[in-house]
Design a protein. Sequence first.
Length: 266
Amino acid sequence: MGELTKHSPPEVHEAGSRWVTMSNALTRAGHGLTLSEKRLMAIAISKLDSRTPVRPGANLSTRVSAAEYSEAYDVDINTAYEQLKDAGKHLYNRSITFYEPAFSRGGKPIKPTQINMRWVGQADYQEGQGWIELHWWHAVLRHLVGLSKQFTSYQLQQSLAFRSIHSYKLLELLQRFKGTGWAEYTIEDFAVSMDATEKQKADFAKIRTKIIEPAVKELVEKDGWLIQWTPVKAGRKVKGVRFTFMRNPQQRLDLDGTAPEGRTPD
């Protein structure tokens, strides 16, 4: 076993003021999490120092208490206990889904390679004390720490009021292109990022009504965005989705500053 390391930013104030930072590759990936699991992971990721790499062979762990979960998401402490306990049971089997370009020996592009990766190698829940400790999977660490380019950041506070897992994912997908004010994804990539079901993938109307419209509504109402979106078509077939967006200057929260220490996400 390697060295066990507990990683935290130099100064941790209220949970909402921390930043959630991940590689762009992880932003685009399917996260495979329920809403309560996504909330837990957002808090846990916000506790990491995204700038500092972990020494080879070190095992990184992060602890989240029921009390801080309860305070962050405005749920009673008993609900926080139950959601952390449930997450402890299921997180080990949750998979991140990546797709990477693949080529034949002759250099011809072939179907992308699907890569499934765990979030954690171990999750410890202490019922008597009301905390969960996540031991990060070694391969996911390069997407969370030691990041100097090609990363996405947003303040945890932006997501605390969300009631949909899709709102989290849309926030991450838009925040990745915050500097340009627009983002376009193929429908295949968008469906993977949103963990769309097979039925949703087969019917864009379901993606629109079950994923895009509710997520856009939450970002507009709860995080002060102005968003317009349109399907990108080839004939009658939807081949992609394009978003044009900005923070609403009349409603934006007072949390839209620069990333930690002035870092600019790519």
